[in-house]
Design a protein around this ligand. Structure first.
Ligand SMILES: Cc1ncc(COP(=O)(O)O)c(C=O)c1O
Length: 396
């Protein structure tokens, strides 16, 4: 018996690995503070819970249309129209079990073996694995020397006659960068010139801070609608990661294929969770604003505390809930006699010695960095940052 080449080439999710190790230590009674998670720590909105309960009582417990219930599609269409002035038809909407499978379904419908897809590093872990699962080749375009915003020159130079598309993610995980209007417009123009598609992952669009503004690419450049797949969902904005509801808006030539793909793969996402998402989109605006305010305060706190620490540097993020810190100055140095030779040993020692969990940048194709997620209470952030500071001060 053998494993397929596909399975052999696949790496497990490195973010989940760190969170798993932190959870194990916590279960052993260790006072772990985790900056590893990629999800809000808030409860899901009361309206989501109420709609889910009502759905169960009403017997909404059977298969639904594979691509989602009409009510939720209608709300997604309205959301995009009201928030971004983007017009879409309900048949362009695919509701899936989270944003993650929708990205995979889009790639599965768009990528043939040997096709090249541009990914901007640092990058969310699953893009590369999903491209590989489709037999495609990821072409990594580094953004770390341009404040984590893609350089148009570099992107242009990375396009070959095998390039079929690019995946953009703003606000960005792991960097917290928010792409500016000019860059987005230039990337859209380039996609049109080179006849390639864009998967536009805007799952963190509700989480931008200070003067930063999120732009949906189709509100800036509506004419690329036929080559753009928008990815969004309730996971991050509505603190509903466990419900597994995401939505894509795809061009009319692609949406039925993605729908058919989903039909063969999972059928519909959970019927009850879909109704919970209806509750969120209809009635949870105030909850989203409350969570945003809390994230905004936490962001300020973590950034201010990090500014005070030796050996690390970072660009203050304006989106999502992550700080991506450069720890290269610690490499080759020691903590309590133990050599730090990579971001992975940095994170391992930080967890083992101070019970503070962070995700190594290597997990995001960016060795020499660590991602600190601030989906934690003010008390936890304060305590965790004090421990990180003492860890850094002990490095020599
Ligand atoms: C950039 C990005 N896209 C997509 C997802 C997946 O979201 P979901 O939980 O809805 O599948 C995540 C989750 O961490 C993410 O960070």
């Amino acid at each position: 018996m053998k494993l397929s080449q596909r399975a052999l080439k696949m790496e497990p999710s490195a973010t989940l690995a760190v969170v798993g190790k932190a959870k194990k230590l916590k279960a052993e009674g260790k006072p772990v503070i985790s900056f590893g998670a990629g999800e809000p720590d808030f409860d899901s909105p009361p309206s989501a819970l109420a709609y889910a309960k009502e759905a169960m009582d009403k017997g909404e417990t059977h298969y639904t249309i594979a691509t989602g219930i009409p009510k939720l599609k209608e709300l997604v269409v309205n959301y995009y129209s009201n928030r971004f002035n983007v017009t879409a038809k309900p048949e362009q909407v695919i509701v899936g079990a989270g944003a993650k499978p929708l990205i995979y379904e889009a790639l599965a419908c768009l990528v043939d073996p040997q096709d090249e897809v541009l990914v901007f590093s640092p990058a969310w872990v699953s893009y590369v694995e999903q491209i590989k699962l489709c037999g495609g080749k990821e072409i990594i375009v580094d953004t770390s020397d341009t404040n984590f915003i893609p350089s148009i020159e570099k992107v242009t130079n990375s396009i070959t006659d095998k390039t079929v598309g690019m995946i953009l993610n703003t606000p960005n995980n792991p960097t917290g960068a928010v792409y500016d209007e000019k860059t987005i417009k230039e990337l859209a123009k380039l996609a049109k010139e080179k006849d390639i598609w864009i998967i536009y992952d805007e799952i963190y669009e509700r989480l931008v801070y200070k003067d930063a503004k999120h732009h949906c690419i189709l509100s800036l450049v509506p004419e690329i609608e036929d080559r753009t797949i928008l990815i969004n969902g309730v996971s991050k904005a509505f603190a509903m990661t466990g419900w597994r509801i995401g939505y894509a808006i795809a061009p009319t030539w692609l949406a039925p294929k993605m729908g058919a793909f989903q039909g063969h793969l999972t059928s519909n996402p959970c019927s009850i969770a879909q109704w919970a998402a209806v509750g969120a989109l209809e009635k949870a605006e105030k909850d989203v604003e409350k969570m945003h305010k809390a994230f905004s305060e936490r962001r300020k706190l973590i950034v201010n505390m990090l500014r005070d620490m030796p050996h690390i540097s970072f660009d203050a993020p304006t989106g999502a809930f992550y700080v991506f810190a450069d720890i290269k100055k610690t490499l080759g140095k020691k903590h309590e006699g133990n050599l730090i030779d990579s971001d992975i040993t940095f994170c391992t020692q930080l967890l083992e010695k101070k019970y503070v969990a962070a995700v190594p940048g290597t997990a995001f194709l960016a060795p020499g960095y660590v991602r600190l997620g601030y989906a934690n209470s003010v008390e936890e952030i304060t305590e965790g940052m004090n421990r990180l500071k003492s860890f850094l001060e002990e490095i020599n």
